[in-house]
Design a protein around this ligand. Structure first.
Ligand SMILES: Nc1nc2c(ncn2[C@@H]2O[C@H](COP(=O)(O)OP(=O)(O)OP(=O)(O)O)[C@@H](O)[C@H]2O)c(=O)[nH]1
Length: 644
């Protein structure tokens, strides 16, 4: 939400027992430790939630566990945070999970926060000054470098008002996160509500949802309906970005819903097992990331086993490397989404990064051109990212919503960017079906056109006697193209720039001339003569083949050549009439039927002076070309004017 009223998500971070939960209670009055075991042991095991109104701003507080063993729960809570509340207890100072949480929040790309020295009632001022120095040293060079440091005591109430004031200042000044405009929520908890069914809770990462909306439940990809909504415990009609939401779902059983799954607007996300990413090593990592290393990847609220495929060597400056994550289970992600890489045993946070391709194919390290293209997705320029995403997309159609997920461009800006690219000639429209077309990068269209030209060249070489190649045959030569419409569209583009000559049926490279031997040329004119001399009773296929003698095999090609030269007309399978004879036939039939009369088969036979053997296919030919229509045993003129 822009301007002076905002919904933001703030997460606690810090070592076990450093007073995170007590601080949340002091700020909001809510005990975020809700599990009986948490209360019994006095530690946070899973995520706790509370809301804090700060004047015009509303903060959703996520309280995370500090214990090392529950770091995966911390990671689930840390996804989707805008701001951090990093705590260090005054009597304990900086401890291992203070460092690890800070590192994880840095990897997750948080924009800011407040540092809190808790339990200040337990330390004297000189000690406090030392702890504050240590904490300031810790955050140097991180996103909290310029964060305010506030001293508090949950026991005495010291500093709680100052902390609220600091948080209000932070809400007012934190940079706006761009909202792609489509609903998305990672599920962090699910339960059943008697009489209402499944409820999934989470932090709304983007967009908004209203009661009655249809959403998709991922990674299953099933449609579900929003039956009811709660925001911070109150029934509401809709929830938006930055809210803690409980979504009552129709269409799914609560036992099926679990942490790590997501709810999203239809058409937005697509489940995948391969993500292209950029990844960097954590400064705290005890060992480097390995190519083909098996790790745990934390993405959203999901935690999935994955193999890391590094696509680049380690850059000297420590900047992130291009890589792919091959996941053991499908996940959903969007462009730019941060993730963390950990190892189970011994447990350690090794690194993290952001997603560049939320749906990817495997890329080989030695495929340098593709690796370089992937690198271009790092661009801060949305137009460049769109270009690259479309190049990767190739011929697969993508909706604006899918492109939004793949580029991080807000859904409303996708169309205008595509229009701009099309206007600049960078995108061209090609047909992919009878009434469907897609826009593809001009570069890809040029590559495809090149492939059509090469296919035509191959086909001409294989059929030197054929003046043109049927469009269907050209399409068959490029089996990976989706459907004949695309091949036909590419032929038309080539025709428009004069590289091929084509009609509705067939195409040839511009300047191609069929090549015939002397004997073949002679045979061709003999065939033409025989067909002409046969009049309306020309030689049939067997007779024509017999004329070929030892060259019988090339007869069909020579006939096709005569047809392409419009010297003969194929009136039935293997049955050719001289072009003049065929025109004469049409004229005679048209004249005869001009008065609306009907023509029986015997009449047609007598009219053109042939036998029944020929009259039947001739009649069918006249129907096929639209001159006549058959009504039972007779034919009538379909409409006038066809016969010229
Ligand atoms: N004296 C004093 N004790 C505090 C203060 N804040 C918390 N404590 C105590 O410190 C202990 C741990 O506090 P929690 O708030 O549960 O700590 P936590 O960081 O949430 O712990 P985990 O979530 O399990 O990591 C509890 O016994 C609290 O009563 C404080 O300001 N002063």
């Amino acid at each position: 939400m822009a301007g002076d009223e905002r919904d933001l998500v703030l997460g606690t971070a810090g070592h076990i027992d450093h007073g995170k939960t007590a601080l949340v209670r002091a700020l909001t009055g809510v005990d975020a430790d809700r599990l009986p075991e948490e209360k019994a042991r006095g530690i946070t095991i899973d995520l706790g939630f509370a809301a804090l109104d700060l004047g015009p701003h509303r903060l959703a507080l996520v309280d995370v566990p500090g214990h090392e063993r529950f770091i995966r729960n911390m990671l689930a809570g840390a996804s989707g945070l805008d701001l951090a509340l990093l705590v260090a207890a005054a009597d304990d100072s900086v401890m291992p999970q203070t460092r690890e949480h800070l590192e994880i929040l840095s990897l997750l790309d948080l924009s800011g926060g407040v540092v809190v020295l808790t339990k200040c009632d337990l330390a004297d001022p000189s000690w406090l000054a030392l702890v504050e120095d240590e904490v300031r040293e810790l955050v140097r060079g991180t996103f909290l470098e310029s964060a305010e440091v506030v001293r508090t005591s949950a026991t005495s109430g010291l500093g709680i008002d100052e902390l609220k004031a600091a948080l209000a200042r932070l809400c007012a000044t934190a940079p706006d996160r761009r909202d792609p405009g489509l609903f998305r929520m990672a599920v962090d908890r699910s339960f059943t509500l008697a009489g209402h069914g499944a409820v999934a809770t989470g932090t709304v990462a983007s967009g908004s949802a209203a009661v009655g909306d249809e959403l998709v439940w991922h990674p299953e990809g099933r449609a579900v309906r929003v039956r009811g909504l709660h925001r911070h415990g109150r029934a509401v009609e809709h929830v938006g970005r930055g809210s803690r939401a409980a979504v009552n779902l129709a269409g799914v059983h609560h036992e099926e819903v679990s942490r790590g799954q997501e709810l999203a607007a239809p058409g937005y996300l697509q489940a995948t097992r391969v993500l292209s990413v950029e990844v960097r090593e954590s400064g705290l990592a005890p060992r480097p990331l390995r190519h083909r290393g098996r790790y745990r990847v934390h993405l959203g609220t999901a935690e999935v086993a994955a193999t890391l495929a590094l696509l680049e060597d380690r850059p000297a400056d420590g900047s992130p490397r291009l890589a792919q994550l091959v996941l053991a289970e499908p996940v959903v992600a969007v462009y730019g989404q941060p993730f963390v890489v950990r190892e189970e045993s011994p447990p350690a946070t090794l690194g993290g990064g952001r997603v560049l391709q939320p749906v990817a194919r495997r890329i080989r390290r030695r495929d340098l051109a593709t690796v370089a293209r992937l690198g271009r997705l790092r661009s801060p320029d949305p137009v460049e990212r769109m270009r690259v995403a479309l190049a990767f997309q190739g011929l697969e159609p993508a909706t604006d919503r899918a492109l939004c997920a793949r580029t991080g461009v807000a859904v409303g800006e996708v169309g205008p960017i595509l229009d701009r690219l099309a206007a600049a000639g960078e995108l061209v429209e090609v047909p992919v079906g009878p009434r469907r077309s897609i826009r593809i990068p001009a570069e890809l269209a040029a590559d495809l056109e090149d492939r059509v030209l090469r296919a035509l060249k191959r086909l001409h070489e294989a059929r030197p006697r054929q003046s043109a190649i049927p469009r269907a045959r050209i399409a068959a030569e490029l089996p990976d193209l989706p459907g004949e419409a695309l091949a036909a569209g590419l032929v038309d583009r080539l025709k428009a720039r004069g590289a091929v000559v084509a009609d509705a049926r067939a195409a040839a490279l511009a300047g191609f001339e069929p090549r015939l031997s002397q004997g073949e040329r002679r045979l061709k004119s003999e065939l033409a003569d025989a067909i002409r001399d046969g009049g309306a009773s020309p030689p049939d296929a067997a007779e024509l083949a017999a004329m070929g003698g030892t060259r019988a095999a090339v007869v069909p090609e020579l006939l096709a050549l005569l047809r392409d030269e419009q010297r003969v007309v194929e009136v039935g399978p293997g049955l050719y009439l001289d072009a003049d004879v065929e025109a004469d036939l049409r004229r005679k039939v048209a004249d005869r039927l001009a008065d609306g009369s009907a023509l029986a088969m015997g009449d047609l036979r007598d009219l053109v002076g042939t036998t029944r053997k020929y009259a039947v296919p001739l009649g069918e030919h006249l129907d096929r070309i639209g001159l006549t229509v058959r009504e039972g045993d007779v034919r009538r003129l379909k409409n006038s004017g066809i016969c010229k």
